[in-house]
Design a protein. Structure first.
Length: 173
């Protein structure tokens, strides 16, 4: 709050006092984004994102690795997500590995990659799988452009191209 107590200080949420940043639609950031607070992305980030809480809005795109305590995806991510809690909404498109303690997937979400439930997640440890995705020779015929998925651990579960069902959401712990 400000000294007068009638409105929040700039760059802080009224309830928590936690710093927040917004990457607005039409804004593209190339490079690493780091914050000790919350980040909301409606534009695009071509690089890694590390923060306490990340929301990728419906118009947002992250092409890089994400590490946070909580990640909510409504837009698109291409890369690894490592967080204690991951929420993938019906409008989301997620391409890559998701390492989580708690995972919520809404019906209609589009997923392509792997997910792994971990007993304890270190949000600082996201791995870079973009090298495998970007290593395909796009001039070669499609049959020779196979990209090998990341090495799977015994408890990894492959994600389907799309999650469809009658229930509104699925929660995996």
């Amino acid at each position: 709050m400000s000294k007068r107590g009638d409105k929040p200080a700039k760059g802080r949420l009224p309830d928590s006092g936690e710093p927040f940043s917004i990457i607005a639609a039409g804004l593209t950031i190339t490079g690493k984004v780091e914050s000790e607070g919350m980040v909301h992305i409606e534009g695009s980030v071509d690089g890694d994102v590390h923060c306490r809480h990340l929301t990728v809005g419906k118009g947002g795109l992250v092409s890089g690795n994400v590490s946070a305590r909580t990640v909510e995806v409504m837009g698109e991510t291409k890369g690894s997500i490592q967080a204690k809690k991951v929420i993938i909404t019906a409008s989301a498109k997620v391409f890559g590995e998701v390492i989580h303690e708690t995972l919520v997937i809404e019906s209609g979400a589009r997923l392509n990659g792997f997910y792994r439930c971990a007993d304890r997640v270190d949000p600082a440890g996201a791995v870079d799988i973009r090298q495998r995705i970007g290593s395909a020779d796009l001039k070669a015929p499609p049959s020779s452009r196979r990209i090998m998925p990341p090495r799977r651990e015994p408890n990894d579960r492959p994600m389907a191209a799309a999650v469809r069902g009658k229930s509104e959401s699925t929660s995996l712990h």
